[in-house]
Ligand binder design. Structure first.
Ligand SMILES: Cc1cc2nc3c(=O)[nH]c(=O)nc-3n(C[C@H](O)[C@H](O)[C@H](O)COP(=O)(O)OP(=O)(O)OC[C@H]3O[C@@H](n4cnc5c(N)ncnc54)[C@H](O)[C@@H]3O)c2cc1C
Length: 579
């Protein structure tokens, strides 16, 4: 049998962090802090300081002020998590947000108006301020100073395992297509969630980390909730922030986001949230002949709020304590570009549509952010659904704006040290099996050896067409879910025809495979939950089923097949019960 060097360049590390977005950086810094003697290597498809979503978003940060934690836990559990959140984990999170901010700020990020944070929710004691969007650059600098090593333009494809223990990963250099074999005692997957590349600003998350974990045998949980929707302008296809509160149908009637919903559905939701219920109302209005739907831009007060003034720069410049130079420039450029490509009309009424985002992050982890595979940890968006801190909502930001960044940092500062402790206490590191390595390498490279077939772009378009329609992913019903699953499985059968010509198109093939896999997970889990709960809205089961204990829907890879099962939520053990 060949030595592992035969398969590619071998790189050894104690901890391999996959993805150096905000969660990967947080994990890398804190792993190194926990045990400076360990080698911590963070690899990413993108460049250090520029990968992932944190630097492309709104930069809103929400936190729970000290003393208000329990009010938040109760409200979230009853209204948003809908009793599927692990209440102990949510409580620990609520008690940690201020400490998380302190730690994060100590890495040199530029917070704005932290001392002037405002009340951002009518009920939850939940405060909001902002961070400038260049935040990853000081974090990466801090990580380098702490001794973290980096590799850029590297795609990680599969994990190497020895029995039930992780021992490395295989991937390739995106530029040269050189094969890279990583020997690692622990791996932290921090490579984002799945957004199916529908919305441009979310397109860096293509679910490969979820697929990587799945192929190695990791369990998924809460996959039925990954169908986040935002309101977008049809003129430029970007998010129309705040439009959800200022929507009118074609008859000029104001659209209350719950007015069109059946009684039970209306009662199930709570709190101020984003997009989900509005998308269903829009769908119903359009189906009833009342479309299209418009935003009355004069009634949308978001752009003139302190945080809005950074995102919609044409309304002015935010006050000095809120002003973020980097974010201002970024959003200004984007707005100018949108004007060039859109804004066909100067009317105050702008047509809006549901923009499918996804935020699908079902990798299941325990209290130490470890998956069911020893030494395999997950951090950030990839496990934001599977960790069940927030329950029946898509991965952050889910239904609370401003929870994605802080949650990603919170995950990192726990997953990193947990991985360091694991490696420090590890008696017998796993050994790479050349037979497994060879099989994974062949599977990874096979699209390069085909001369004809289908391209990643063709299949990506098809899977987007299955995921995007509101009646498939937001308002669910058994017959439609089954039809969508059947279409997804038909695409799965086409995956063995994928062709690639270089490192970049090979990466696209791997991403497309992940998109199809994640769609299958979403539809199978959605079929299993025969009730309406939180973000999971079933037309055929419009009520929450309180006749038995709530359950989590789990997915497991049994010999290549997707096995669906339920795990009862230990509700008796928690403080809050329905009713
Ligand atoms: C438009 C937009 C607006 C947002 N607004 C806000 C907001 O205002 N407030 C808020 O709190 N949150 C917001 N969010 C969410 C927030 O940005 C994310 O929750 C957070 O950045 C997730 O961090 P992460 O590190 O887990 O994942 P990511 O940021 O997705 O990072 C994952 C990294 O993994 C890399 N990667 C992926 N696959 C591989 C692979 N196979 N091999 C190697 N590397 C790989 C990627 O290149 C990337 O760098 C917004 C997101 C978007 C897109």
């Amino acid at each position: 049998m060949n030595s592992i060097e035969h398969f590619g360049k071998v790189i050894s590390t104690d901890i391999l962090i996959v993805g150096h977005g905000i969660s990967g950086l947080s994990a890398a810094i804190t792993a190194k802090e926990k045990n400076p003697a360990l080698k911590v290597l963070a690899v990413d498809k993108a460049c250090v300081g520029f990968g992932g979503k944190a630097n492309k978003g709104g930069g809103h940060i929400s936190y729970i002020p000290e003393g208000a934690e329990e009010t938040y836990v109760e409200y979230h559990t009853r209204n948003l998590g809908d009793y599927l959140n692990n209440q102990d984990r949510l409580r620990r999170y609520a008690h940690s947000t201020v400490k998380t901010l302190d730690k994060w700020e100590s890495w040199g990020v530029s917070f704005r108006a932290r001392d002037d944070a405002f009340q951002a929710h009518p009920i939850i004691p939940w405060k909001m301020f902002v961070v400038d969007l260049d935040m990853l650059i000081p974090m990466a600098k801090h990580a380098r100073q702490a001794g973290v090593e980096f590799m850029e333009k590297v795609a990680i494809v599969d994990l190497l395992t020895d029995g039930d223990q992780v021992c490395g990963a295989i991937g390739f250099d995106l530029v040269t297509a050189e094969i890279l074999v990583f020997k690692a005692k622990a791996v932290v997957l921090a490579n984002g969630n799945q957004n199916w590349r529908v919305m441009r600003m979310w397109s860096s998350s293509r679910g490969e980390g979820i697929a990587t974990a799945w192929r190695a045998g990791a369990r998924m949980r809460g996959a039925e909730f990954g169908s986040f929707v935002n309101m977008i302008s049809v003129e430029h296809f970007q998010v129309s922030y705040g439009s959800e509160n200022a929507m009118f149908n074609a008859k000029g009637e104001f659209m209350d986001d719950r007015a069109d919903l059946d009684g039970n559905l209306k009662d199930t939701f709570g709190g101020a949230d984003l997009g989900g219920t509005q998308s269903i109302s829009m769908y119903k209005q359009v189906a009833a002949g009342n479309g299209p739907i418009f935003e009355d831009t004069e009634k949308n007060d978001y752009p003139s709020t302190p945080q809005g003034m950074n995102i919609v720069p044409e309304v002015g410049r935010a006050a000095d304590n809120w002003f973020r130079p980097f974010a201002h420039k970024w959003w200004h450029l984007l707005w100018e570009k949108n004007k060039m490509g859109g804004y066909k009309t100067s009317s105050k009424m702008k047509e809006v549509a549901p923009g499918f985002i996804g935020e699908f992050g079902p990798v299941n982890v325990d209290d130490n952010w470890m998956t069911n595979i020893k030494g395999l940890f997950a951090s950030g968006d990839i496990c934001a659904g599977g960790i069940q801190i927030f329950g029946a909502v898509p991965a952050p930001p889910g239904r609370n704006r401003g929870s994605g960044l802080i949650a990603a940092v919170y995950h990192g500062i726990h997953a990193g040290p947990a991985a360091a402790d694991y490696v420090t206490g590890l008696e017998k590191p796993g050994q790479i099996d050349p037979v497994q390595l060879q099989a994974l390498q062949e599977d990874m490279l096979v699209p390069l050896y085909r001369s004809q077939g289908v391209t990643a772009a063709e299949l990506t378009w098809k899977i987007q067409c299955i995921m995007t329609p509101v009646p498939n992913s937001a308002l669910k019903r058994e017959d439609r879910l089954k039809a969508a699953l059947a279409e997804t499985l038909a695409l799965k059968a086409e995956l063995p025809k994928l062709v690639a010509s270089d490192g970049h198109s090979l990466s696209a093939c791997i991403e497309t495979k992940a998109m199809v896999l994640c769609a299958e997970m979403f539809f199978r889990a959605s079929l299993e939950r025969k009730e309406t709960r939180g973000w999971h809205i079933r037309e055929d089961f419009p009520s929450r089923d309180d006749s038995a204990n709530p359950y989590w829907v789990d997915l497991e890879n049994v010999g290549g097949e997707m096995a669906v099962s339920r795990t009862e939520v230990p509700l008796n053990h928690y403080v809050y019960q329905p009713g």
